[in-house]
Design a protein around this ligand. Structure first.
Ligand code: SF4
Ligand code: SF4
Length: 446
């Protein structure tokens, strides 16, 4: 969980096998040396601008030197020197333009009440907590499942996904502040078993934060994916229907920190539903990022959203190639980008969280027409569009105090401009035109 220069013999194999760069061996060796020495040569620049923070290089290193964290260190240095790109405000709940505030303003009263409960379910500490993950708020229908009965879903946006997405960008000084801020609220859970839906969050809490900052938390964190696999195996979840879908799995970047046991668990869960499984061309250790990691790279600000969506649309196209009916993710963070990509790509393939096929097999799924998910995806696209436009007039910024949270779950006042963009994107024709424009712009700007 930290780059170890003593273990690195500069063999270059990590960058030769990188699914984004696929470097020639000599270039790879040069680039690794430049990264280690802090240089800004062609090789280092190529890596820092093309990397999607996918974690694959870590799985390729024969000496266990953890080269992924070398890239995070270099991005972290860039952040310390000049701040984050303006559009990154989108994922910072201490900034006015964060996505959660924007979406709370577009959500129904019922959803807002749910967000409020998840946000405030800390006091008193619940007996059986389930940490949903901040991105779970963007598609709250996934929590409308009997699978969550018996848990208390809890998820304060002010916990910043426990630092998971800032880690992926290399903003490690900010992650340390968040990790320290979380000591009191998480330790208030005592040693309760705490189930975590998003494995990136669990990895942060159990491995990255303890190893990097020496901070440990008292709860026993458990993966929801493993919990679900085990409960299905023991027959504790009643499945009444076969899921007649051909499904492909998207393996997320931080799942690679765990590797085969987690990949296999997600697939075992789907096997229980009766769905037919197919594999994407890039899966498991070689899986491409959902696109989010491209936002961390050192690229011009006008290209950032297009690079992110290009990565997400690539995953959709991979699912089309294997003729899947649906692409299944077990990370809520990937889910919102994949849904936005689904709409912008014009595909018919659905995007599901792992919870959804199981809920279908339980005969308890209410969202098969995808209407609600599609509307939410267009909410997200409208907010990304607004964030992008504003970003042209904003400078890079430093994230600041993570405790200074602007998000209010009961705030239902999106900006007038967000409302206008959203209403312009209501008709089928407007959506088709916008998606076509987006794809053309992506070709020109990336
Ligand atoms: S990090 Fe590992 S794979 Fe990469 S150059 Fe060093 S030893 Fe080789
Ligand atoms: S994190 Fe992924 S994209 Fe970045 S260098 Fe490593 S393998 Fe390549």
């Amino acid at each position: 969980m930290r780059f170890n220069p003593d273990r690195c013999d500069r063999c270059g194999l990590c960058l030769v096998g990188c699914p984004e760069l696929s470097m020639d061996l000599n270039d790879a060796r040069r680039a690794v040396s430049e990264l280690i020495e802090g240089g800004h040569g062609k090789g280092a620049r190529a890596v820092l601008s093309a990397c999607s923070s996918c974690f694959t290089c870590n799985t390729l290193c024969p000496t266990g030197a953890d080269p992924y964290f070398l890239i995070l260190e270099r991005w972290g240095r860039l952040y310390r020197d000049r701040g984050a790109p303006a559009i990154y405000r989108f994922v910072c709940p201490n900034q006015d333009d964060n996505i959660w505030s924007g979406l709370a303003g577009m959500a129904s009263d019922e959803e807002r009440a749910l967000f409020g409960r998840w946000h405030n379910n800390q006091e008193p500490p619940p007996e059986r907590p389930l940490v949903l993950g901040n991105y779970g708020h963007l598609f709250p229908h996934i929590a409308d499942s009997p699978l969550f009965d018996g848990f208390t879903v809890t998820d304060p946006i002010g916990h910043w996904e426990c630092g998971a997405y800032l880690t992926q960008a290399g903003y490690l000084a900010e992650v340390e502040k968040i990790a320290r801020m979380l000591e009191d609220p998480l330790n208030a859970y005592g040693d309760r078993e705490t189930v975590v839906l998003t494995d990136a969050v669990r990895m942060l809490l159990t491995r990255f934060i303890p190893e990097h900052f020496g901070i440990t938390y008292s709860p026993r964190f458990t993966s929801f994916t493993y919990w679900l696999r085990d409960a299905l195996k023991k027959g504790e979840i009643p499945l009444t229907e076969k899921v007649n879908l051909k499904l492909a799995v998207h393996d997320n970047c931080y799942a690679k920190a765990e590797g085969a046991p987690l990949y296999d668990a997600a697939r075992e869960v789907l096997n229980h539903t009766g769905a037919q499984l197919v594999e994407l061309s890039h899966n498991r250790d070689s899986s491409h990022c959902c696109g989010f990691g491209r936002g961390a790279a050192d690229i011009p600000k006008h290209a950032i959203p297009f690079e992110i969506m290009k990565g997400a649309i690539r995953k959709i196209r991979q699912a089309e190639q294997v003729k899947a009916d649906g692409l299944v993710t077990y990370c809520t963070g990937c889910m919102y980008l994949l849904w936005a990509a689904r709409e912008l790509s014009g595909t018919r393939i659905a995007v599901y969280h792992l919870v959804e096929p199981v809920t279908m097999a339980m005969g308890a799924y209410r969202y098969a027409d995808l209407a609600r998910q599609r509307e939410r995806a267009w909410d997200i696209i409208a907010l990304i569009t607004l964030g992008y436009a504003k970003g042209f007039f904003q400078r890079r910024f430093f994230i600041g105090d993570p405790a200074d949270i602007r998000y209010r779950p009961d705030d239902n006042t999106p900006t007038t401009v967000a409302r206008i963009i959203r209403s312009l994107l209501s008709s089928r024709a407007a959506r088709g035109a916008y998606a076509a424009f987006f794809r053309t712009a992506t070709k020109l700007l990336t």
